[in-house]
Write a protein that binds this ligand. Structure first.
Ligand SMILES: Cc1cc2nc3c(=O)[nH]c(=O)nc-3n(C[C@H](O)[C@H](O)[C@H](O)COP(=O)(O)O)c2cc1C
Length: 203
């Protein structure tokens, strides 16, 4: 049976979404069954409409399904993505993470492989602190965190972030570059491979 990988993300202006698509592609290349899900938008309409890129992205991704807690039960592995928000996880993704208390209490989140990815405007804009903040949650879940490390040339070529895949926003709407997308596909393959190796070892 194929290993099951859920790619769960929040994206306002599309950068994280493009990374999420590449990660899903990589997981599929590695033979995984995948689900690509967004978390619910929480920002008021006025805020979204005040930013053309944000508004366009919301409209363009209407058909991406919203994540449900069932997706976490279904998956053997998760990869979570968020834009960097002042060096931290976006409120939208955090809000979803904060709805997982029931599953956590039942032990249903433990022993699953997990990774994270992010995008920030600046090369040193807090990508690593965002990923570490996200990983705090996964430690509480008892997840098996699989960072990218320096395990492949794709990671070096994309800027060398060993904590997880990250991109630097080109701010012209073009999104992550080819090297960053290649690193994202690699992360998808890596998480799927490690999840396959560990599936069956869960208690
Ligand atoms: C409220 C807010 C806070 C942000 N904080 C940071 C930051 O700390 N460092 C940084 O480099 N970029 C920061 N950014 C920029 C975004 O992280 C960046 O544009 C990212 O690529 C957006 O991803 P998205 O297109 O998936 O929404 C911030 C943006 C907003 C709106």
């Amino acid at each position: 049976m194929a290993v099951k990988v859920a790619v769960i993300y929040y994206s306002a202006t599309g950068n994280v979404y493009k990374l999420a698509q590449a990660i899903e592609e990589g997981a599929r290349e590695a033979g995984a069954e995948t689900r690509l899900k967004k978390v619910r938008e929480l920002a008021p309409d006025e805020a979204i409409k005040s930013n053309q890129g944000w508004h366009d992205h919301v409209m363009a991704t209407q058909d991406v399904p919203e994540v449900e807690l069932d997706d976490l039960e279904w998956a053997d592995a998760y990869i979570f993505g968020t834009p960097t928000r002042y060096g931290n996880v976006s409120a939208q993704l955090k809000q979803f993470l904060d709805t997982t208390g029931g599953l956590w209490f039942q032990g249903k989140l433990a022993d699953k492989v997990v990774g994270g990815f992010t995008s920030a405007q600046n090369a040193n804009g807090g990508q690593e602190s965002t990923l570490i903040s996200m990983y705090n949650v996964f430690m509480h879940w008892g997840s098996i965190i699989v960072p990218t490390g320096y395990t492949s040339d794709e990671i070096f070529a994309a800027g060398g972030n060993p904590y997880g895949v990250s991109s630097t926003d080109p701010t012209d709407g073009s999104g992550p570059n080819e090297q960053e997308l290649a690193a994202a596909r690699y992360q998808g393959r890596r998480i799927a491979d490690k999840a396959r190796a560990l599936t069956g070892s869960r208690v």
